[in-house]
Ligand binder design. Structure first.
Ligand SMILES: N[C@@H](CCC(=O)N[C@@H](CS)C(=O)NCC(=O)O)C(=O)O
Length: 204
């Protein structure tokens, strides 16, 4: 399989961590779409994903999987070990909800980042504040469920939350979001040290 990726994408990170948990890392070849620091989707890539977004997983039969929740679910089904989903139905949907909130906050952070890259006279403070509110409310939600988060044998909700927190800290280092959410911070300080996440952090 081939994974279209970039080293700083939080959604790609979900795939890399899931692949590690499933022991599938050596089955995936990485195709970097960053050229001289600029995201550069090729025409060939756009044929595989009309949204031109990463992660995109190209299967050996040339079929493309898109969108991180779907790719993670696909990889999960390839082997029995290290499931990223709890067996219990209520816990499964709780994990999917946490994934949806973390991914949504990450989307908001990615949109803020794109706004920052526009010429200064085109940037909208109102737009930035709208996205910031989504991030703030998502941190509050995650704080409210922090006591239920796994501290080992991480599932998709925890994987997405680590990807979210590290991406937001990476892009907005002055904002110190975790300072407002002590339970989430305590969980993060322990969970983020797991070898499952090591070396997958966003980098320049
Ligand atoms: N819902 C998608 C979001 C993926 C996404 O937004 N990826 C960003 C990079 S972090 C991207 O490809 N942006 C390029 C673009 O929007 O053109 C997922 O979960 O995979």
């Amino acid at each position: 399989m081939k994974l279209y990726y970039s080293h700083s994408s939080p959604f790609v990170r979900k795939i890399l961590v899931t692949a590690r948990k499933k022991n599938l890392e050596n089955k995936i070849e990485l195709i970097d779409l960053m050229v001289n620091g600029v995201y550069t989707p090729t025409p060939e890539f756009k044929k595989h994903n009309p949204l031109a977004k990463i992660p995109t997983l190209l299967l050996d039969n040339n079929e493309a999987m898109i969108d991180s929740p779907i790719i993670c679910e696909y990889l999960n089904g390839l082997s029995d070990t290290g499931s990223i989903f709890p067996k219990d139905r209520a816990q499964y949907f709780q994990q999917k909800k946490i994934e949806a909130v973390a991914d949504g906050a990450t989307d908001a952070a990615v949109l803020r980042r794109y706004e920052q890259l526009r010429p200064e006279n085109l940037r909208s403070a109102d737009w930035d504040n709208k996205q910031k509110e989504k991030i703030a409310l998502s941190y509050q939600y995650l704080e409210s469920v922090a006591d239920t988060l796994q501290t080992e044998n991480f599932y998709i909700g925890e994987i997405s939350t680590i990807a979210m927190i590290d991406y937001i800290d990476y892009r907005f280092p002055d904002e110190k979001w975790l300072a407002e959410t002590p339970k989430l911070k305590k969980w993060y300080d322990q969970a983020s040290k797991s070898p499952l996440f090591a070396g997958t952090e966003p980098k320049k």
